[in-house]
Design a protein around this ligand. Structure first.
Ligand SMILES: Cc1cc2nc3c(=O)[nH]c(=O)nc-3n(C[C@H](O)[C@H](O)[C@H](O)COP(=O)(O)OP(=O)(O)OC[C@H]3O[C@@H](n4cnc5c(N)ncnc54)[C@H](O)[C@@H]3O)c2cc1C
Length: 429
């Protein structure tokens, strides 16, 4: 099998790149030139995983089938997990696919795919920083399956707390970055929703603790954003513990450098690391397994690029670009231009320049907080409240627009509002 452009990973960056390229090459050529590979059959925008985790977003409704996206945007799609890469031969190997419920039933055998240019967009996972017990006992939010696993457990925990004599549920979230903060806020919303479905006899208390080793949460964002978010979380009853390091996680506790916390459930949201298997592809990787790329996002192997969370791309002051959907989105736009020029046999000398538009963090139902960069002044503005929340939601819509087009995005947004009105905000099954 040969495709000119093979994109591995259909997340925030990869699927946008495939859709843009497919549309540029048109109905006639797109499907023969562009192949998207993902280990999942449906796409979900990763920044919404905390909502899936608490049940305020239904992945069955939210997920978009890659096959349908491929048909609509003129690219090809195949399900598969990257297992090998021979950059010199311009060939990659996809692992065999087995049936999920019937163990060992072979569905698709191992395959090799040849390419002219390959773009690695396989994202990242959790970095446990060798914390004892973290991998065994903590939940993570790396993909839709993780988020759903947590949601099922959470429903059990809600029911258990409601029918226990103690009427108490302790949740510990480790990591005060955007993921931890958004999850903590969303969890309180889910708790209030669930209480409304219980009688007074089943009411229980929830104690959410957010642990951060840095002196403040959202340490990568301006101090105003971080202090406003801290106040908002505390008003929701969340205990914000900064300057504390989790040292060990057990079945029902988190041991920190300043004491032990009881925990019915622990979520790990403290830092990212790309897959260990990235070391096996003959490409240089950094200490968190990200592929090293140059200013045109190319690895040292000719014709092999990396983008998004799995790429170590230099930024200002010798820092690397942050692991953000915004970065993946801008890199997808840049690579579309680069590959289109390649296809037209034109030279292309532009380098990738990241434009930081600021960051927004959701603090639950009608609240957000963040900073926006002024396009003329280059200075950052603080925004909060409903406006920040709407702007946060508009980022999700922009992603949908890139892969579905404007009319379908609008239709989908209204359909989801209607669905919410009918089925309720919280997924309880
Ligand atoms: C809960 C949460 C909230 C977040 N909130 C924000 C936010 O508010 N703003 C923001 O900018 N960023 C946010 N982020 C970070 C953002 O989601 C990531 O930076 C972004 O998704 C990275 O995009 P990507 O395309 O590099 O990788 P991903 O979106 O992670 O996609 C990677 C894709 O590769 C596939 N894949 C992985 N391995 C393989 C393999 N071996 N073979 C085939 N396919 C593979 C996966 O199935 C996946 O589809 C959040 C992240 C989380 C978890």
């Amino acid at each position: 099998m040969f495709y000119q452009y093979v994109i591995v990973g259909g997340g925030a960056g990869g699927v946008e790149l495939a859709a843009r390229l497919g549309r540029q090459f048109g109905r006639e050529h797109g499907r023969n030139k562009v192949l998207l590979i993902d280990r999942s059959v449906f796409h979900i925008w990763k920044p919404t995983l905390h909502e899936v985790a608490v049940g305020t977003l239904n992945p069955q409704q939210e997920g978009l089938s890659y096959s349908i996206l491929a048909r609509r945007n003129n690219f090809s799609f195949t399900v598969g997990s990257l297992a090998g890469l021979d950059a010199a031969q311009k060939q990659l190997t996809l692992a065999a696919v087995y049936a999920e419920d019937k163990e060992h039933e072979l569905i698709i055998p191992e395959r090799t795919i040849s390419f002219e240019r390959c773009i690695l967009a396989i994202g990242s996972g959790s970095n446990f920083f060798n914390t004892q017990g973290a991998a065994e006992h903590a939940y993570v939010l790396e993909n839709a399956q993780d988020a759903q696993r947590f949601q099922h457990h959470l429903l059990d925990l809600f029911a258990k707390a409601a029918y226990s004599p103690q009427k108490n549920l302790n949740v510990v979230i480790i990591g005060g970055g955007a993921t931890g903060v958004e999850l903590a806020a969303e969890l309180t919303e889910a708790y209030h929703e669930i209480l409304q479905t219980f009688g007074t006899a089943q009411r229980f208390d929830i104690h959410i603790s957010l642990i951060e080793s840095a002196p403040r949460i959202l340490a990568g964002l301006p101090e105003t954003v971080s202090s406003q978010a801290t106040v908002a979380l505390q008003q929701k009853g969340i205990q914000v513990l900064t300057g504390r390091r989790a040292e060990e996680i057990g079945r029902d506790f988190v041991q920190t450098d300043q004491g032990r916390l009881q925990a019915d459930v622990v979520v790990w949201a403290a830092g990212i690391k790309a897959a260990d298997s990235n070391q096996n592809y003959g490409l240089p990787v950094n200490r968190i397994n990200q592929f090293e790329v140059d200013a045109q996002l190319q690895t040292p192997a000719d014709g092999v690029y990396a983008m998004g969370d799995c790429a170590a791309c230099k930024w200002e002051n010798d820092k690397l670009l942050p692991a953000r959907a915004q970065v993946a989105h801008q890199q997808a736009t840049y690579l579309t231009r680069l590959l289109k020029a390649h296809d037209a046999h034109q030279s292309f000398s532009d380098v990738f320049v990241y434009k930081d538009s600021g960051s927004l963090v959701s603090l639950g139902d009608n609240k957000g907080v963040g900073n926006l960069m002024g396009s003329l002044s280059g200075k950052s503005f603080f925004i909060e409240g409903l406006v920040a929340k709407w702007m946060y939601m508009s980022l999700h819509l922009m992603h949908h627009r890139a892969i579905l087009g404007t009319p379908k995005t609008v239709l989908l947004a209204f359909a989801r509002l209607a669905q919410r009105r009918v089925s309720g905000r919280l997924k309880l099954h």
